[in-house]
Design a protein around this ligand. Structure first.
Ligand code: CA
Length: 236
């Protein structure tokens, strides 16, 4: 079964090149040139991942990413000509899973898409097999690695982005150990060669808002000043 990508891009040349490349890589591709088309497509098709240009004619991509994130945890990769670090952080802060600036190497984009879609599990490695059955219970939470879900005490699923989920999983797998930001960056398979420690801080803060009773006084993910973060809740 091929994964279904939605390419949101108003530059026709870029759009058609990208579409041809991704189709050639075995993906099913849908296209949108405006925010309106994008939202319509998400509602009517089973999209697995969105490639989102920030500069669209009708709506700012950051606003769209936020709207999308409010409704689902559909993976989003922002692909844009904006090189500003502030834009990059803003995109990640509102829930985009990854960020790539134009011009980019299409091969790299494919790698990141596959990463986000979790293709790593296809090989039935020991890690994948173990992940499929691994579950962590802490406080009132249940983190199910295989199902990629976080369930609260009243059995409701909490929506986490791929990066947030991977971050929480990496922490829960190493309870009471201090994990450095570098380690955590690797664990979420983000763009390792570019910034930043700040990305981990942003993700940590988002995960805390979702799982901590008081995000300002976290009890599950604690900060170890100068070192990193630690999963401090007792795993049952
Ligand atoms: Ca554009």
């Amino acid at each position: 079964m091929s994964n279904h990508l939605l390419i949101v891009e108003d530059d026709e040349l870029v759009q058609s090149l990208l579409a041809a490349y991704m189709q050639n890589e075995g993906f099913k591709v849908s296209l949108a040139t405006t925010g309106k088309e994008m939202l319509a497509c998400i509602d009517s098709e089973a999209i697995d991942l969105v490639l989102l240009d920030l500069g669209l004619p009708d709506e700012d991509g950051l606003v769209l990413a936020r709207q999308m994130r409010a409704r689902s945890s559909l993976p989003i990769i922002v692909v844009t000509a904006r090189k500003d670090q502030k834009d990059r952080l803003a995109a990640l802060e509102i829930g985009a899973d990854d960020y790539l600036t134009k011009p980019f190497d299409p091969e790299e984009l494919v790698l990141r898409v596959r990463n986000l879609l979790g293709r790593a599990g296809d090989g039935d490695t020991q890690e994948a097999l173990r992940n499929r059955t691994e579950t962590f219970r802490f406080m009132n939470w249940t983190l199910d690695i295989g199902a990629h879900s976080l369930i609260d005490g009243t059995n409701n699923k909490v929506s986490l982005t791929r990066a947030e989920f991977n971050l929480l999983a990496a922490l829960a797998k190493a309870p009471n150990r201090v994990l450095s930001r570098d380690y955590l960056l690797d664990a979420i398979s983000q763009d390792a060669d570019s910034p930043t420690d700040r990305l981990i801080d942003v993700l940590i803060s988002r995960v805390r808002k979702k799982i901590e009773a008081n995000p300002k006084k976290p009890e599950i993910i604690t900060t170890v000043v100068g070192c990193g973060y630690k999963f401090s809740a007792r795993i049952e």
